[in-house]
Ligand binder design. Structure first.
Ligand code: ZN
Length: 103
């Protein structure tokens, strides 16, 4: 998933990248850095779709067929992908999570 927020781009990936995929990422980091765009790479299992972009509540289960996110805590109703797109640029990695920023 990708989302943009001004000059910040966020994408998720599997930690099992091929050499070709790593080379592609390195090229992307180089080009975006030259153009002043920050890239954040997050683990593909980050619960960006399950987390409410309004209050931070995390759902225990959200099926892929659920195209709308409905917050059980505060009632926010939002498109699933838009919810994730709002969450990703705001994500701050913890010690056990990876992030790579081009700057
Ligand atoms: Zn909420």
């Amino acid at each position: 998933m990708r989302s943009s927020n001004g000059s910040v781009w966020t994408m998720s990936y599997s930690s099992d990248l091929t050499n070709e995929q790593r080379t592609l990422l390195e090229s992307m980091f180089r080009v975006t850095s030259e153009r002043g765009v920050e890239v954040r790479v997050v683990d593909r299992f980050l619960p960006s779709s399950k987390t409410c972009s309004g209050c931070g509540e995390v759902k225990g289960h959200l099926s892929l067929s659920d195209r709308r996110y409905s917050c059980d805590a505060r009632g926010l109703e939002i498109d699933r992908d838009l919810n994730a797109a709002v969450n990703l640029p705001q994500w701050i990695p913890t010690e056990n999570q990876s992030v790579r920023q081009a700057s």
